[in-house]
Design a protein around this ligand. Structure first.
Ligand SMILES: Cc1cc2nc3c(=O)[nH]c(=O)nc-3n(C[C@H](O)[C@H](O)[C@H](O)COP(=O)(O)O)c2cc1C
Length: 491
C-alpha cells in the first residue's frame, strides 16, 4: 500500500481488515424476543460466539463493562445493558475453550485500582497464552459511583488525568519482572533472581501504590490496550496510551475524519502515524440477496426498538414519564421538564438544551411523517453502524474501507445470541478473503501477533508520556519511573 491515502502525517493504510466481536448483553441492540434467540447468560452462548469468531479468524472477543444499570424515573432504564457476567471471569473460562482469539475485557479506571486490575489482567494474559487485552474506559456516569464505597464521581478532565496515571502504573506492574527473572537451572540459588523484580510506587490524589508485582510477563509481554472514549481528552489519551481504539465512527466519511484526527494526535504525542489502530462499533444485517437483507433489517429493527424502548428513549430527553403516549403516534406535545439533558444520566446528547431538542425532533418527525417508534429507530447510534446488504455488496463496501485506511477493522455487535455471527463467518469472511482484505490464517498465537503490534519498550525505560495524577506536590508517573531506576527488590 502506498502512503497516498489522503490521511496525511505519513500514515500508510495496511489494506487489511480485522474483526472483533462485541457480545453486548440485552439492550436495545439485541433481538432477545425472537424465537431463534438463546440465553444471554449461559456459558454455552458465549462459547458458541467465541468459537464461531475463532473459526472466522476474528482477532478478538470483546466484553463491555457496566457496573450498575441505569435508572430513570425510579425504574431500570429499558434501553440499558443487562445480563453481563463479569468480563474477566467469562474471558478466563473462554480462554480454556479457544486457542487463538484475543480476549478483551472492558474495565474502568475510575472505580478500579491499578495494581489489582493490572494483576488480574496479567493473570488472564498468562493463562490465555498472551491473548488478553484491556479496553480502557473512564465510565461517564455518576450512578455507577453510588455503587461503590467511596461513592464519588470525578469530573471529566480529572477522570482522564486519573486514567493516565492508572495506566502508567499498570504498565510498571507488567514491566516489573526482568525477562530472565525466573531461574532456568536447578543449581540456581533461588527460583527468582535477587533484584529481578522492581517494586512499583505511586502516590497521588486518588490512589497510592507500594507494590511488589507477583507475575512475570506473558508471551505477548503485556496485555494489549484498547480505549473507548471520544472527547478530545479521550482521543489524546488514546494517542498516548492505546494500541487500538474501539471507536464510535463507522460511517466512511466520519471514519476517515476520525482517522486523520487520531493520526495527528498520535504523531503529536511522539508516536508513529500507524501506532494506534481503529476498530469502530458495527452491526451487520446480511442476506443472500439485497432484498432478503432489507427484509431482515426491517424485522430486526422492529424487534430492537419495541414500544417500551421507544418511549424510554424519549423519556431520557424529556425527563418525565411518557408512558401515556402511543409509540405508534406522533412525538409528545408536552415539553421536557429538564433544562438540559444530563451527562450523569448517560444520555448521548450531553448538555443539549432539552426544550430546543424536543422542538427540533417534533418538527423533523412531523416533516418526515414518523411515529415515535419510527423516529427513535432512525435516531439510535446503530443507524450509522449498520452494514446491510447481500454478502457480496457488503464485502465490496468493506474492501473500500480497507483501501482508504479509514479503519483497521470492525468490532461487530451481533444482534442475535448465540448464532449472530454464523452467517458473517460462513458467507462474509470468505468474500473478504477472496478480495484479499481479510486474514486467511492467524498470524501467530498472541493477540499482539494477530494485530501486528510491536513488543513495547519497558515502561521504565522511556521518556514521560505526560499526564499523571498529582495531588499538588504529589509525584507523577514520570517521577515514579525515576525513583524505580534507583531501587530494586530483593525477594
Ligand atoms: C465505543 C464505546 C464503547 C464504550 N464502552 C463502555 C463500556 O463498556 N463501559 C463503560 O463504562 N464505558 C464505556 N464507554 C464510555 C467511556 O467510558 C467514556 O466514559 C465515555 O465515552 C465518556 O468519555 P468521553 O467524553 O471521552 O467520550 C464506551 C465509549 C465508547 C465510545
Amino acid at each position: 500500500m502506498s502512503e497516498n491515502s489522503g490521511i496525511g502525517n505519513g500514515f500508510v493504510p495496511s489494506g487489511q481488515l480485522q474483526f472483533g466481536v462485541f457480545f453486548q448483553g440485552v439492550n436495545s441492540g439485541t433481538v432477545w424476543k425472537a424465537a431463534e434467540s438463546g440465553s444471554q447468560t449461559d456459558f454455552e452462548s458465549f462459547r458458541h460466539l467465541a468459537q464461531t469468531a475463532e473459526r472466522g479468524l476474528f482477532a478478538a472477543f470483546f466484553l463491555g463493562e457496566g457496573l450498575r444499570l441505569r435508572e430513570h424515573l425510579g425504574r431500570p432504564h429499558a434501553l440499558d445493558v443487562a445480563g453481563r457476567p463479569d468480563a474477566q471471569t467469562m474471558l478466563a473460562a473462554l480462554a480454556a475453550v479457544t486457542n487463538k482469539i484475543g480476549l478483551v475485557a472492558t474495565q474502568n479506571t475510575t472505580y478500579n485500582d491499578p495494581a489489582h486490575l493490572a494483576h488480574r489482567l496479567a493473570s488472564l494474559d498468562l493463562l490465555s497464552g498472551g491473548r488478553a487485552a484491556w479496553n480502557i474506559v473512564t465510565t461517564d456516569n455518576a450512578w455507577t459511583g453510588e455503587n461503590f464505597r467511596r461513592g464519588g464521581y470525578l469530573d471529566h478532565a480529572d477522570r482522564y488525568r486519573h486514567a493516565e496515571a492508572f495506566v502508567e502504573t499498570a504498565k510498571l506492574v507488567w514491566d516489573s519482572w526482568e525477562p530472565d527473572a525466573i531461574a532456568s537451572s536447578e543449581t540456581a540459588p533461588a527460583w527468582l533472581a535477587p533484584g529481578a523484580v522492581r517494586p512499583v510506587g505511586h502516590k497521588g490524589q486518588h490512589y497510592s501504590v507500594d507494590y511488589a508485582p507477583r507475575l512475570p510477563a506473558s508471551g505477548q509481554h503485556r496485555p494489549i490496550l484498547f480505549q473507548a472514549g471520544d472527547s478530545p481528552e479521550g482521543r489524546d489519551f488514546a494517542a498516548r496510551q492505546a494500541d487500538v481504539i474501539f471507536s464510535a465512527h463507522p460511517a466512511l466519511e466520519a471514519a476517515l475524519t476520525f482517522r486523520r484526527d487520531i493520526v495527528a494526535r498520535t504523531v503529536n504525542a511522539g508516536r508513529g502515524p500507524n501506532d494506534v489502530q481503529i476498530m469502530p462499533a458495527s452491526e451487520f444485517i446480511l442476506g443472500a440477496t439485497a432484498k432478503e437483507a432489507a427484509e431482515k433489517k426491517a424485522w430486526v429493527r422492529s424487534l430492537q426498538i419495541g414500544p417500551q424502548q421507544a418511549i424510554a428513549y424519549l423519556e431520557q430527553f424529556w425527563g418525565r414519564e411518557l408512558s401515556a403516549y402511543d409509540p405508534d403516534g406522533p412525538l409528545p406535545d408536552i415539553d421536557p421538564v429538564v433544562a438540559e439533558t444530563s451527562e450523569t444520566r448517560g444520555s448521548g446528547f450531553h448538555g443539549a438544551k432539552a426544550r430546543q431538542l424536543a422542538d427540533q425532533w417534533r418538527a423533523e418527525a412531523l416533516d418526515k411523517g414518523l411515529s415515535i417508534r419510527q423516529f427513535v429507530s432512525s435516531r439510535t447510534s446503530r443507524v450509522d453502524a449498520t452494514f446491510s446488504g447481500s454478502y457480496t455488496e457488503v464485502a465490496d463496501k468493506l474492501a473500500g474501507y480497507a483501501a482508504t485506511g479509514a479503519v483497521d477493522g470492525f468490532n461487530i455487535s451481533p444482534w442475535l445470541v448465540p448464532t449472530g455471527l454464523d452467517e458473517i463467518v460462513n458467507h462474509l469472511v470468505p468474500e473478504l478473503q477472496a478480495r484479499g482484505v481479510y486474514p486467511t490464517e492467524y498470524a501467530g498465537s498472541t493477540l499482539r501477533e494477530h494485530l501486528g503490534l510491536p513488543v513495547p519498550r519497558r515502561a521504565d525505560a522511556g521518556p514521560s508520556n505526560g499526564g499523571g495524577e498529582t495531588d499538588g506536590g504529589g509525584e507523577t508517573a514520570a517521577d515514579v519511573r525515576l525513583e524505580l531506576a534507583a531501587r530494586s527488590l530483593h525477594l
